[in-house]
Design a protein around this ligand. Structure first.
Ligand code: FRU
Length: 497
């Protein structure tokens, strides 16, 4: 049975969505069909294609009354919109259908688990009541269960909050049983991840506190993911209210990857290390999928909550993009990320230079474009001809540019969109401490119409930012203080059909 709110949302998006032209959207990054998008939800492979749902307000370019938008893809790069999957149309989710996940059940149906939110209290002071709910479907239409919610406050261990209990991430174990991990926090808003178990994916019971924030990593932990990769157990979380820690973590909402092991007796995760997932400005709420060929692929919301609050929304037809899907691996105890390999199928017009001496301002023939891939290796010209700073400017026109700069003595890499045309006082720069290998830094940049993603040293670190400059700004130039030498390869990235 499809409810009125969903019928309305579907009619609205299929009328207004097609009015946004392809040129007004990124080439390879998913945007909402219309309106607002935040977190990726229900990232899954079902009946021969990838499904990606997303936090969605079709009616405005600002966050409100969360629905689940829906898109499908064969290569994780080209997406087709499907009708809105879920609307906030039940008493237990009347304030919003918040983030969650998806899987294929043993009987072949697709199962969505999401957080239903309603308000308790009065107009002056009200609080969220957050519960976990299920909807079953065929890849297009979904029916919320009569038994909803399937997890509520009665399932919570002592001291954990029913106001912050959200973002279930489900998976199926080898033995066929199901698990999910849900974010919550205690009275001091210190985050915890709760593990639940089910035999039939319909009835769920508390199993353990999988991981706890010792108070040093933000407050509430949102959007958890948990999986095994390269012999390690891995937890991804997006903590709220982080404090900075060196160049690793920055203020505000952040992303954290913890690598460790899983104790199957106590059913707890024992972290051995933690690190930022992304060192740039715009990346949050990551979710992963295991592809049919065995790759662990992650996608995140390419935005920053604090920036959204200061953004000018006028003249926008959509707001919010997903990052590129990234292949994950663990090397030497660290998370590595690579742009999904399918992207290389869309390369054209290669231009390559080796050993280009760089000093002062330099432009290279054929190195330009707005939807491009740039692979750069930079080193000093020689021991007695060093450099102090290397910058690459991109999305450049006569007036504006964004840039990436590297100072080898401090080994600091900076992403900077201060000169991109922004007129607001939100975060424009972020720095990361990176490694040089044999005196060389390796930068792999993917530029799309509204974003840049930089993979440093084969994906050891990633910096992501959205950029505002008009897409016609296609210039790329280099500025070096001192004497550097660079190997560079550029490809245009074309959308294909
Ligand atoms: C994270 C988040 C989630 C929540 C959703 C609501 O970005 O706050 O915790 O489910 O967004 O849209």
């Amino acid at each position: 049975m499809i409810n009125q709110k969903l019928i309305f949302a579907r009619a609205y998006e299929s009328t207004i969505g097609p009015q946004i032209s392809r040129e007004e959207r990124p080439v390879f990054h998913l945007t909402p069909w219309v309106g607002w998008m935040n977190d990726p939800n229900g990232f899954s492979y079902y009946h021969g294609q990838y499904h990606l749902f997303y936090q969605y307000n079709p009616y405005d370019v600002q966050w409100d009354a969360m629905h689940w938008g829906h898109a499908v893809s064969h290569d994780l790069l080209h997406w087709s919109y499907l009708p809105c999957a879920l609307a906030p149309d039940e008493s237990y989710d009347s304030f919003g259908v918040f983030s969650g996940s998806a899987l294929e059940m043993r009987d072949g149906r697709q199962l969505l688990m999401y957080t239903g939110v309603r308000k308790e209290g009065n107009e002056k002071s009200s609080k969220d009541i957050q519960v976990q709910c299920l909807a079953v479907g065929d890849g297009l239409d979904y029916r919320k269960l009569d038994a909803n919610p399937v997890l509520d406050a009665s399932c919570l261990p002592e001291g954990l909050s029913r106001h912050d209990f959200r973002d279930p991430r489900m998976w199926q174990e080898q033995d066929g049983s199901y698990r999910c991990v849900v974010g919550s926090c205690d009275r001091n808003r210190i985050g915890a991840l709760l593990l639940f178990r089910s035999d039939d994916a319909m009835h769920w019971a508390f199993e353990s506190v999988l991981a706890r924030n010792d108070g040093s990593i933000g407050t509430m932990w949102e959007c958890p993911d948990f999986f095994h990769l390269d012999g390690k157990a891995v937890v991804l979380v997006s903590p709220q209210d982080m404090l900075p820690k060196g160049f690793e973590y920055h203020n505000g909402n952040g992303t954290v990857c913890m690598i460790g092991r899983f104790d199957p007796e106590r059913k707890v995760f024992i972290p051995e290390s933690d690190q930022a997932i992304d060192y740039g400005i715009d990346f949050y709420a990551a979710q992963t999928i295991l592809t049919p060929d065995g790759r662990r692929v992650m996608i995140g919301w390419m935005q920053n909550w604090d920036t959204c609050k200061q953004t000018d929304y006028e003249e926008r037809k959509w707001f919010g993009q997903m990052s590129l899907p990234r292949e994950l691996s663990i090397r030497d105890g660290r998370l590595y990320q690579q742009p999904i390999r399918e992207l290389s199928l869309y390369r054209s017009r290669k231009v390559a230079y080796e050993q280009v001496p760089l000093s002062g301002e330099v432009r290279l023939d054929g190195i330009e474009g707005r939807c491009v891939e740039l692979d750069m290796r930079i080193r000093p010209q020689s021991a007695d001809k060093p450099y102090h700073k290397f910058s690459v400017r991109f999305a450049e026109d006569e007036k504006f540019h964004s840039l990436l700069s590297f100072r080898p003595y401090e080994s600091l890499l900076k992403i900077d969109r201060k000169f991109s045309g922004s007129r607001r006082a939100f975060i424009h720069q972020r720095r990361a401490l990176v490694q040089q290998r044999d005196g060389e830094i390796h930068l792999h940049m993917i530029l799309d119409r509204f974003s840049v993603e930089v993979f440093v040293n084969d994906g050891e670190q990633v910096m992501t930012a959205t950029i505002l400059t008009r897409p016609e700004a296609r210039g790329i130039s280099f500025v070096v203080d001192g004497q550097a030498v660079m190997d560079i390869t550029k490809y245009d990235l074309f959308a294909g059909e």
